[in-house]
Design a protein around this ligand. Structure first.
Ligand SMILES: [Mn+2]
Length: 311
């Protein structure tokens, strides 16, 4: 059996775009896209199922790997290449197969860009204007350094198409066209989406709570969608606050700052989280959700019947 390449990557645009790059390069590969909090479980599952034997090369993008995984990689001599831009992951640069950079060419970079420069040396097909343009849009979105609305519009399409369809349609157009372009339907669609987003941001701002937590003046909102846009909108609009806490009770807590004197990755680390200076996160687990239910409602007991929520 011939062995394949495996890509383990994040679920956001910067995580999904490495899938697009490998498709464009014509590589035969499998991929797993996962949340940062699921890395260890996924890795252990792969060990249990003996999946590593199927692959002779494993790329990891946009995910901070814990030391335990590096120990496994080194002990088992796995052929791995890591591309990431998270500050909390810089420690792994001691391994020669790891490329973690926060900045490149004097500006913030992203995993997709680092991976792109690596692949471009091997696969000349990637030297196309449209692909480079696309990579720059991903970088702008992921680092929040915008020169136009296009990166946000691309991300909004990813949410609407779903990852699988999104990958397909982007691969198709980057192969064909010399420049990255939206379809006329997408143009109309993103315009309506933008108006919808503006209404959402304004509504969330109205319900923002303010506190002093650990000697920091912060704003707190509850949100399940558009968290980066919302965090940035509130942080920029309220410079009197040090940062914004966004609670997504069904998945995680995000921390967003716009001020240069604030480092939210430090704050997030008090809650087992981490990330970047201006954008970090920490987990919000089943244990936390359970606490809320038991705190809010009266007379809460465990259920005696069994309910299957697996699909
Ligand atoms: Mn990223």
């Amino acid at each position: 059996m011939t062995k394949k390449t495996l890509l383990i990557t994040h679920t956001d645009l910067d995580g999904i775009s490495p899938v697009i790059l490998l498709e464009l390069a014509g590589v035969k590969f499998d991929y797993k896209s996962l949340e940062i909090s699921d890395i260890m479980d996924t890795w252990n599952e792969m060990i249990e199922k003996d999946e590593f034997k199927n692959y002779d090369l494993i790329y990891v993008c946009d995910l901070t790997l814990p030391e335990a995984i590096y120990e496994y990689i080194n002990d088992n001599h796995l052929n791995v290449k890591v591309f990431d831009h998270h500050e909390t992951h810089l420690y792994a640069n001691e391994y020669d197969y790891v490329d973690v950079k926060v900045n490149l060419y004097n500006r913030q970079t992203c995993a997709t860009e680092l991976f792109y420069y690596y692949l471009k040396e091997i696969y000349k097909d990637l030297e196309k204007t449209s692909i480079k343009e696309y990579v720059d849009y991903v970088r702008e979105l992921d680092t929040y350094n915008f020169t136009s609305d296009i990166p946000r519009e691309i991300d909004s399409l990813k949410g609407t198409y779903g990852n699988k369809e999104f990958i397909k349609t982007i691969v198709r157009r980057l192969k064909k066209k010399e420049h990255f372009e939206f379809t006329s339907f997408e143009k109309r669609f993103t315009k309506i989406k933008k108006q919808e987003l503006q209404r959402y941001l304004e509504k969330k701002e109205k319900y923002m709570l303010t506190y002093n937590i650990e000697n920091h003046d912060v704003g707190v909102v509850f949100a399940e969608s558009n968290k980066s846009d919302l965090g940035n909108y509130l942080a920029v609009k309220h410079p009197e606050l040090e940062f914004i806490i966004l609670i997504d009770a069904s998945s995680r807590i995000s921390y967003r700052a716009s001020r240069d004197d604030v480092n939210v990755s430090e704050f997030a680390s008090h809650y087992n989280g981490g990330g970047h200076r201006k954008a970090s996160g920490s987990g919000f687990t089943d244990v936390d959700r359970d606490k809320i239910v038991r705190m809010y409602f009266n007379d809460v007991k465990d259920l005696e019947i069994k309910v299957d929520t697996e699909d």
